[in-house]
Write a protein that binds this ligand. Structure first.
Ligand code: ITT
Length: 207
């Protein structure tokens, strides 16, 4: 295995995943590189179901090992919402800022601001195998957006470790410990353990 398709149409995710996997010997392709776009209905009840569904759909469409990421924000006081609906919280074609605005409005008057990002990554191999891994990262939700970097809910997600929102961190800083970093590091470990990528490929440990 020397090339994989990063099966997402979210440019923010592509930038982060490429950055996190850059220390491996994998050649990374994107849907844009193939001039392809497919619509996969994300009707799963869990991040894992949706990640597997997306990875399998892209593997079938391209014949290439496909890695999909299904992720989102779970707010404790909202019973885990927006959860699997994170990208569509404010409607099917909602922008990041519309989703953030609705989240802040929904949380007006709520003092328990605890939340976590969840990232479930699934790799659908052409040989039929599926490998998956999950990463989580806990923080709190601010009352207004701060910072310009990242994507999605990053401007309102305060990292307790650095005291900054994810949108105030550089991509390298966020990628050093994020939910996505944790999930992808576990995937890399599994691929090496199963002999799917060459040993000697650099594997970073989870901080
Ligand atoms: P693909 O299905 O093509 O991968 P998508 O954006 O629709 O793209 P998801 O269904 O997994 O992907 O939705 C993920 C949403 O969760 C994303 O649009 C953000 O709103 C939010 N999200 C996930 N990871 C995030 C992160 O690291 N920082 C901020 N928001 C994030």
């Amino acid at each position: 295995m020397n090339r994989i398709l990063v099966a997402t149409q979210n440019k923010g995710k592509i930038r982060e995943i490429k950055d996190i996997l850059k220390d491996t010997d994998l050649e990374i392709l994107t849907p844009d590189d193939l001039g392809m776009s497919i619509n996969v209905e994300e009707d799963g009840k869990t991040f894992l179901e949706n990640a597997v569904k997306k990875a399998m759909a892209w593997r079938e469409a391209t014949g290439i090992d496909a890695l999909a990421d299904d992720s989102g924000l779970e707010v404790l006081s909202l019973g885990g919402r927006p959860g699997v609906r994170s990208s569509r919280f404010a409607g099917d074609n909602a922008t990041d800022s519309e989703n953030v605005d609705l989240l802040l409005k929904t949380m007006e008057g709520i003092n328990d601001r605890r939340a976590r990002f969840v990232c479930e990554v699934a790799l659908a191999l052409v040989n039929g195998g599926i490998i998956s891994a999950r990463g989580e990262y806990e923080g709190t939700i601010l009352r207004k957006p701060v910072g310009e970097n990242g994507f999605g809910y990053d401007p309102v997600f305060l990292d307790p470790g650095t005291g900054k929102t994810f949108a105030q961190l550089s991509r390298e800083e966020k990628n050093a410990f994020s939910h996505r970093r944790k999930a992808l590091t576990l995937i890399k470990d599994k691929l090496i353990a199963e002999g799917i990528i060459r040993s000697g490929t650099k594997v970073d440990s989870i901080p």
